[in-house]
Design a protein around this ligand. Structure first.
Ligand code: NAG
Ligand code: NAG
Ligand code: NAG
Length: 533
């Protein structure tokens, strides 16, 4: 994909002044023209025109006709702004009758402290799991300490980001939570520091942590991320959902600013897409992927890559094949257009530094001219209280992405996962997860396919990756991404009660297997650093 570097030069500012039809034809003609010019992956070129006619003009006209075709199967056009049957499912996280009150089980002399790790969203998973770990141990939780030294460097504490009083109060029946470790005999005392393995089960906590806790009375678990097993009994899973979806609320200034941004998107159009785009130089260098930027890219990313001494030689092809390379902004744009989101759709882009900057973004802006970010929606003054803190900026993006009608990410990091789970819980709002393994091939062969064929395939490969109810099995993925114990199905008529999703018939797409998805985040501190967000 060498195209992004050049294409935007052909489009000048003020394009929106020209009538839309002209713009579309100019764009499509240029697209056609550039497709011919662009080198194909194998060096030999073959551009198949969409239809019988071979003159450039008609091909462009045909392409326009094609681009209006949302889904190839016209009789069954999907509503691009909502999920099928989403009204039959709802989030359910109330405790069962047998779940005892915190006051009845908390031991007076057991304090659990944790220090989170990673970026805002990784920390969020840690906080959620810490509440459950305290519950397993019948301990009092001390409000978690946030990681300040990670890749994302941010000095914010818990109460700078989350409403701490709400957090304590909301969970009062589940776990007793205090702001500070109480004094002991009038003295400040140090908790005993330890670590637990990844994905530690409730048994694991009882075997490893409980004995220490009984002896030392206060235990601090360091680097608390993904330290709790994925599968737990239903009441503990529901507690996870109460924490993540209800107890963790951003502080008012963050909430207000986030809502303001979302409102400004809505004032501009009825619906909008939010895209979480990760394309930082560090991340690309680390992933070892290649984006067609020639020697310049190889040298630049190669230099960054040397920062990690333990990294193997990069295998760009292998990484792509396994769906591990973040899609380029252009690829995301092409995918969205193929899924039926037109040029008039408004898009909010949440991103950090983009490798190649404006040049890399240009093709996406051509596909979606109504392109917004925090910085275009708000003034410098409005953002000033947040801009020096990566977590607060990430929180603003989180809110807008959460509010969006359709959410899509080009990566499979923590923010993408948490938002996917959250959007399932709150009504299955469409959440597009690019099927990287399948799409990578398609993009590789883009120049050999007609527009229509390309569109057809994108739609085919994205089946089961759109955030619809039951598109993945209850046991699939990490809990934060697929909170199946907290999704209930309404009985289809007034006579019945709720049917918990996890015990209902497993209704996955027959074509979908676990291997269609990427593996979980590997256990490697450096990988954490980059993939965590
Ligand atoms: C926690 O308290 C409950 C109720 O008293 C008890 O059944 C359970 O064994 C306790 N667990 C631990 C780890 O202390
Ligand atoms: C619910 O019932 C209606 C007809 O009463 C039916 O068309 C629909 O498919 C049912 N939905 C589910 C999820 O069973
Ligand atoms: C409603 O549910 C009852 C019992 O579950 C079933 O017998 C009946 O056929 C259902 N009616 C409709 C319209 O789905």
């Amino acid at each position: 994909m060498a195209i992004p570097r050049r294409r935007h030069h052909f489009f000048s500012r003020g394009r929106w002044l020209i009538p839309a039809v002209t713009v579309a034809s100019v764009f499509l003609l240029l697209f056609f023209f550039l497709s011919i010019l662009a080198p194909s992956p194998n060096g030999n070129r073959l551009f198949l025109l969409p239809r019988r006619d071979s003159s450039g003009e008609n091909a462009a006209a045909n392409a326009i006709e094609d681009s209006q075709l949302h889904v190839p199967d016209k009789g069954n056009e999907r509503d691009i702004w909502s999920s099928r049957n989403s009204n039959l499912f709802y989030g359910c996280s109330e405790a069962s009758n047998t779940f005892r009150k915190a006051q009845e089980i908390t031991h007076p002399n057991r304090y659990l402290l944790i220090v989170t790790s990673g970026g805002l969203n990784q920390q969020r998973t840690g906080i959620t799991d810490a509440v459950v770990a305290a519950r397993i141990l019948n301990a009092t939780l001390v409000v978690p300490k946030l990681d300040k030294s990670s890749y994302w460097k941010d000095s914010s504490g818990f109460s700078d980001i989350f409403d701490v009083d709400w957090f304590i109060k909301y969970l009062a029946k589940d776990v007793s939570i205090v702001k500070e470790l109480p004094l002991r005999r009038g003295q400040i005392w140090a908790p005993y520091r330890m670590r637990v393995p990844r994905k530690c089960t409730d048994h694991c906590y009882i075997h490893r942590v409980l004995p220490v806790l009984k002896k030392k009375h206060a235990v601090q678990i360091m680097k608390f991320d993904f330290r709790l097993a994925n599968s737990l009994d239903t009441d503990l899973q529901k507690l996870r959902c109460r924490v993540n979806y209800h107890a963790l609320k951003f502080v008012d200034p963050i909430l207000r600013m986030g809502e303001k941004l979302a409102q400004r998107m809505r004032l501009r159009s009825k619906h909008f897409i939010a895209l979480h785009l990760r394309f930082e130089p560090d991340m690309l260098a680390f992933s070892g992927c290649y984006y067609g930027g020639g020697d310049k890219e190889k040298t630049e990313l190669g230099r960054i890559r040397k920062k990690w001494k333990t990294l193997h030689e990069s295998h760009p092809d292998k990484a792509r094949r396994h769906g591990r390379c973040p899609m380029t902004p252009e690829e995301v744009g092409l995918m969205l257009r193929s899924l039926g989101y037109g040029e008039d759709v408004h898009i909010y882009v949440a991103s950090g530094e983009i490798y190649g900057g404006e040049e890399t973004l240009a093709p996406l802006k051509v596909l979606f001219p109504n392109f917004y970010t925090k910085d275009t929606l708000a003034t410098k003054d409005e953002l000033e209280p947040f801009s020096a803190f990566s977590s607060r900026m990430a929180a603003l993006d989180f809110i807008v992405c959460d509010e969006s009608d359709v959410f899509v990410a080009n990566n499979h990091g923590n923010m993408a996962k948490i938002l996917a789970g959250r959007r399932r819980y709150f009504g299955h709002k469409p959440t597009i997860r690019p099927n990287g393994r399948k799409l990578y091939r398609l993009f590789l062969n883009k120049d050999y396919l007609s527009h229509k064929e390309f569109e057809y395939r994108v739609n085919k490969y994205q089946k089961g990756f759109m955030g619809e109810p039951k598109e993945i099995g209850p046991s699939w993925g990490v809990f934060h991404e697929n909170p199946s114990s907290c999704i209930c199905e309404k009985a289809n008529n007034s006579t019945g009660g709720e049917i918990p999703h996890s015990t209902s018939r497993l209704e996955t797409f027959s074509t979908l297997t676990n291997t269609d998805y990427e593996a979980d985040t590997p256990e490697d501190p450096e990988v954490d650093m980059l993939l965590s967000d």
